[in-house]
Design a protein around this ligand. Sequence first.
Ligand code: 8YV
Length: 327
Amino acid sequence: AKKKPLVVVTRKLPDVIETRMRELFDTRLNETDQPMTQAQLVDAVKSADVLVPTLTDRIDSALLSQAGDQLKLVATFANGVDNIDVDTANTRGITVTNTPGVLTEDTADMTMALILAVPRRLAEGIKIVEEDTWSGWSPTWMLGHRIWGKRLGIVGMGRIGTAVARRAKAFGMSIHYHNRRRVPAPVEEELEATYWESLDQMLARMDVVSIHCPHTPGTFHLLSARRLKLMKPESYIVNTARGEVIDENALSRMLDAGELAGAGLDVFEHEPAVNPRLAKSPRVLLLPHMGSATIEGRIDMGEKVIINIKTFMDGHRPPDRVLPSML
Ligand code: 8YV
């Protein structure tokens, strides 16, 4: 019988996925649920035919340069590939795949939760009850802003951005977006969405801005100090994409100075560290990168990884191949 490929998985995955992988491949799992050390990662790329990393592993050119010739596929358990040097992988003949599509709706739900929760001061309200500091109701107390009738500006109108737009429209928001390309006319019509070629101009006019672009060299600090300053002081910013897209220091300074009304952040520049200044701000709702964290979604992602590996091993082009030109 043909030798089964050695698949090395860097992090603990759902049980059903690990079981299925063991049936299909010669699978080496990480039993600890801790990220692999650098030495373990080096060992993995030296021995694996297929590496299954996730967003906490840095698959950079230094690591890839130590890979053995047998490593042919990096099938990441994630949508984002900013932790992988796709260019170098490509040059070395290593195919890269991700898991798009299956976490779109879950991430859009979490985004909508933040769009609802931040302007209505949910985190502050919970804290008041939890800390037992509620001394009585008043008609003018704990007032937030309504989102109904307000403008949502989406930065990055891909799968997740579009799914957020559908939800926000149902909540009565008007949809605006900035993207490298305009979305197809039927989608724009369905969402009654306004396209802004200029991000600067859009930012200046929105009530809520939500980030949905990938982190690439071109989007690092896309929301720079200069751009954040264009936003209205009574507006909100939500980020379930990547922390690096926003200049976190500039954002926390502006929140402290009351130059922005609030922020809902699921992602940070230096995860798992959270900027202490941000963490102290009463105007924020911060989550520990939970955007796609559903049981169903993680299983769907695992199934995608398996299909990508199987298709590749059968000598076909895997469905979720990531090419440098796509980034
Ligand atoms: C997931 C993510 O938690 O897929 C991504 O790019 O950022 C996250 O939503 C992560 O992929 C799990 O590996």
